[in-house]
Design a protein around this ligand. Sequence first.
Ligand code: PLP
Length: 635
Amino acid sequence: EELYRITGWGEPYFSINAAGHVTVSPEGDRGGSLDLFDLVNALKQRNLGLPLLIRFSDILEDRIERLNAAFAKAIARYNYPGVYRGVFPVKCNQQRHLVEALVRFGKPHQFGLEAGSKPELMIALATLKTPGALLICNGYKDREYIEMAILAQQLGQIPIIVLEQVEEVPLVIEAGRKLGIRPILGVRAKLSSKGVGRWGTSAGDRAKFGLTVPEILSTVEQLSAANMLDSLQLLHYHIGSQISSIAVVKTAIQEASQIYVELAKLGANMKYLDVGGGLGVDYDGSKTNFYASKNYNVQNYANDVIAEVKEACDERKLPVPTLVSESGRAIASHQSVLVFDVLSTSEVPSGVPDPVQETEHLIIRNLYETYESITVENYQEAYHDATQFKEEAISLFNFGYVSLPERARAERLYWLCCEKILVIARQQEYVPDDLEDLEKIMASIYYINLSVFQSAPDSWAIDQLFPIMPIHRLDEEPTKRATLADLTCDSDGKIDQFIDLKDVKPVLELHPLRKNEGKGQKAEATPHSHEPYYLAMFLGGAYQEIMGNLHNLFGDTNAVHIHLTPKGYEIEHVVKGDTMTEVLGYVQYDSEDLIESIRQQTELALQEKRITLQESQLLLQNYERSLSRYTYLSA
Ligand code: PLP
């Protein structure tokens, strides 16, 4: 548990059971739990191959409950005479089954949706039918966007058009007049309080979105001149995602509360304060990592927001607003678990060298002597000697003084020296700087059946840390230290940063693959020479799916929605991953044409007697069958 820090990032949903498997408790400590390893095997038997994205709808429900409960508690604690109406930013995960489930779970809390673009508005307009829930309309808007949003009021919805650009002001005035409907409007403020971390530039005077204070004042004047100031009801800000520090949350809400009361003083019909997203997720459980963690919990967040707004309104004797937040990451991250298998491994040489002969090349004798002499006292120096001798061996080889078998022997001796040195270095409290890379150099490479670009794009693009660990064999000591290499033929398709007690570590502790002898493990037998070994990536339910790309044409993974029942679980939905035909279609290849091309080539080869009829049929059959198959490797 300590090794993977599962209690730090996994509580209350993920833990380890007595069988050494990861268990999922979708309702936290209030409900039942599922053995993830058994679940994966059961799903594999239903022809759902890995990689497999498992969405636990009960976790989604629990996240919504927790957020609403935190605001309810804060409202009670500070005697806040108003309500909280959260919205889910659709951008975070637009998958239909997820958004529909979210709207259903959010109904008791009148939980709404936020659209950040025109296509997302289309989803929100059609999906959100909860009476009293808000539909926050953000992002760039054109006339069509604005008209659709205004007309949705006639359906009984509460669409609030948030003005983010000065150009949008005349557009809403004109649309309101033309339709004869008073729009509900908001303004997005560019706060001067900056966010922190990777998304910190979402705020500040030069941020991409929002209106500066002079622009907000000009908006008020334009609306007033059009006799529409009563339409302005909401103030919004968003200072960036994954805010790691509660101090930053506080400064922003202080500034926004003042803008809110000033707008009310200017005669706007202020009713809502929308604090945007930013509520962080603890990806590593450290509470200190600037990017991956946060120093507060949901309750601290709700308390600070409610307390600040109440104080600002009380001072001016103004009614408090309905509080809106647009938390996406904090709602959607936990619900999905991506399970994938290990295809093979690559290891550096290990063991004890064969004794050296006097007749062997001097460079080999030197390396052997270095190996023999390694102790706690000289391991650092020995590392430099071994490295130098290995480099010399390669130079001698390049000049023809060392044969290929001699070079192989020298390289192997070098690796064995490194292994011996690493064993000593690991036992030391302080590792010298020049040996820091040794752990990484000596790491095994585990080849995983996954595309980082498709399934964990933030890990590749911005070095985001996601918890990764085996989901079984956790009662066995993991004796290997490894980095992960994905299926793409791109050297960036790897994961070599993992969560650790202190910041990050370059290797992940894993188990050696076990020979497939058809006994022992409960896992299904595979044609591979080893038993299945399953890893999972957690907390990737926000942003990763939609930002994933088709690098090397690895498509969407299979996905299932699991709901806990008193008897076990129910598979609510199966969303099959892309087939080869589908991904090839994205780049304008037609399956029929492709097959025809192969067929014609086989006919020509048959005529010229380069292929037998049997071979040509086998090739065509494999080709045709592959087109309807998953883009990942089948175990
Ligand atoms: N609201 C707006 C306007 C955003 O741009 C974002 C995303 O960055 C969010 C809400 C969601 O933020 P988070 O996922 O940090 O809750």
